[in-house]
Structures are given as C-alpha cells and as structure tokens.
Write a protein that binds this ligand. Sequence first.
Ligand SMILES: [Fe+2]
Length: 447
Amino acid sequence: MRRIRILQVGDIHYPDWHFVASDVDAKDQKFSPAISENLRSSAFRAVLRKLRHLALSDSMHGVVFVGDFSSRGKSEFLEGAFRHFSLLCRGGGAASRTIPLLFVPGNHDVNRKDALELGKIEKFRMISQLAERFGWQPVPLDRPIAVSVGKTECPTEILLVNTSIGSWELQNLPGFLRDKLKTDDWSTPIDLGSPVPVDDGPAIPTAIVPPEKPKDLIDQYYSQLDTPYVSAPMLNSLMEHLLEAKQAFGVIVGHHNLLPQKTPRISPYAEMLNAGFVRTQLLSACKPILYLHGHIHQDPIEVVSDPRKLGSQVVSIAAPEIAGGFNELILFITDHDDLVGVRVIPYRSRPADGTLVEEEHCFIPASLNSRTALDSNAFALLSKLKQYRVDRDRDLLFWNELSDLFQPKLADNILEDTLVMLHSSQYIEIHGLSRSNKDWKIQVKGK
Ligand SMILES: [Fe+2]
C-alpha cells in the first residue's frame, strides 16, 4: 500500500489576512505597551511555520491551494501571493525542492475590470501566466487540468476544476442589476425590492435600526455576484477522466462548495448554481471521489452516496481560511490502485494563545468494494484475530498483542496496512486510528 500526502490550504485573501495577536491580561496600565507586544504571539505565524515545515518534508507530495488567493483580483496581490507561497513551500538555497504547487481560481481572484473587458475565460489569463512564471502547475481555465503527484512509476492524478468562470459575468445577472453595475454610480445600494409581507402570526416587534450606508459597494458585491458553477464543457471533460477504466477513484479540487454551507446565506447566488447536478454526475461514476474545496471559510467534512449505485461516494473536504489553519490529507492506495481511505489531519490555530494544534484525525473509508481487494494475508490475520478473541474472551486487542500473533513477525508497515484494509472493509474497528498504531485498540466485528 502506498500513501499520498498532500496539504490542502484554504482561502488566503492576500493581503487582507489577519495577524491576530494572542491575548495578554494587561491589568496594570502603567506598564509600557511594549511589554505586552513582546509577550504576544500570532497563531497565523504558527500556521505559516507549520505549512512551510510540512511542505519542505521529503514525504509530502503536493500542496493544493483551493482559491481566493487575493482580494478583488488585483494583479499585485495575486503576484504577491504566488511569490510568498512559492518561497514558503519550496524554501530557498539548499533546502529548495520542487514540490508540485496546485491552484484553482476563486471568485475573489477575478478582477472586475478584466471580467468586463476580457470575458469569462480570458479574465484568468493573468493568473495562468503568474502560475507559469512561478513554476506552479497549470491553472484550469475552461477544462480540467490533470496533475500527477507521487512517484512517477505509480502516480496519483489530481483534477483541478475552475468553478469561478461565472464570477463577475454581468450576463449572468438580472437586467436591473446588470444595468446598475455597468454604471460608475456606486453611491447608493441596489434596490432589490421591498420584502413581501408574510402572514405567519403576530408581528414580533423589532428595534428600528437606521439603514447603514455600505462603505464600499464594489467590495460588498464582489462576494455576492459570485455566480459559481461548473460549466458543461468542464463537467463533461471531468467525467471523461473519471470514467476511464484505469481510474479506480478520483481526487478533484475546486474553489466552491458542492454541498450547501452550514451558515444560512443571504445572497443573490448563495450556492453553486449546478451543485446538485455535478454531485449526481460524480455519484454516477460509482467510484470514491474526493472533492477538496474552500470558499466558505469553514471546514466541514461530508460524505454523500447513492445506495442504488454501488461504490458511489463523494467525500467533500473543506479547508478553513488560512488564518484558521489547513488540512493534511493522507490517501491510502493499494498496489492495485484502489483507494482504501483518506486520513484528514486538521491543523487549527488558537488565536487567543497564538498557537497551532494538531486536532483529532479523521479516517474516512473509501466506498470501494475493498472486501474483494483483501488478499490471503488479510484473511489469515482476520481469522487469527477471531481465534485470539475467543481464546482470551476479550473484545479489544492491542497492537503489541497483534504483532506477536504472527511468527515470524510481520513488518510493522505490513501489519498496519492490513489492519487499515480490514478496517476499511468493516471487518474490524480500529479505535484510536487517529493516533500512533501503538495506541490502537482493535475490535473484531461479527462472529
Ligand atoms: Fe470564495
């Protein structure tokens, strides 16, 4: 079994990222503020330090940036972000290495002027050129880009998709909104009409709040006129890749969420326009598919499947905004190129104390019919586990007991791989899978 390690980095919004300093309980105001400043630390710096450390590690196979590098798609911001993260993830001098850096455009990477003047594909040309200049993987424009990571003799393919083609495309908007946006008059908010009165019982008195004049209407509309979707050519091409017989599973990266976000959102385009259709198409591939995204600044992990389509599974994994941390993903892949599962390691910041913590890992078994992929060693181990359970009359077994079960002893990595396969196939349950294998407690299911 091989392991593919990738880092998933969420929205950056360079240079509007937040250096929140840690708390200092400064009770006595007579002390110089300089003392407090010397005592403060920043969780954000801890995030960048950890990201650098992991990206430079030899066993890391790629870093995936899920979009919204910049704010308002300004070229100087985009260039700054590409430069900053090239240096951060590849180091310099002797430590320099060429780890693949992958990027998909977010709605905030779209420049309004470019969108109006260049059109829905050409507006990404500058991003594409920057990626090339800094030695990143090609950026998806109107078709997905397939990037291979891992060893050249057994590469793993990651498909990059552009979900921001509709961002700032005025033709996607209702006429009254389009006409307003074409003018340079941003002094008053767009009138979206009066609310329709709804008879749902006695009115609840509310405080009268004078309407607030938005500070910058262009900024306000930037996130609202997102119009995210996966275009038909993009989706068709994506499905062609996924349906190839050699592809036993898929890894897709896009900026926008496929599933509705947790926080209710009031916006002209609150969610991806064709998310349901895309999801249905992905499920129709009847393969495990990982979908990595950002955009919502939250970090849900959700799994969708269709019980009528054997093997169908979409695992949606979001990364938080970079100030909140990032994810490390470890894909477990058999020698037959089947995905056994993915482990998500969340690194999350604690702004109040300026630190970064490695939170509880999450192991998601892939939907593949891995029972058929189990080899004779796995079944031999399973029958020994069952016999051991009977002999000892105990439900939970420990790692050190297992490693003594086989004579001659199995190598630790083979034992670990076999147990992960059995766990994924639901023959056993590994309690503490997120921790070191020495801490695992193994429970055999069934008789
Ligand atoms: Fe976004």
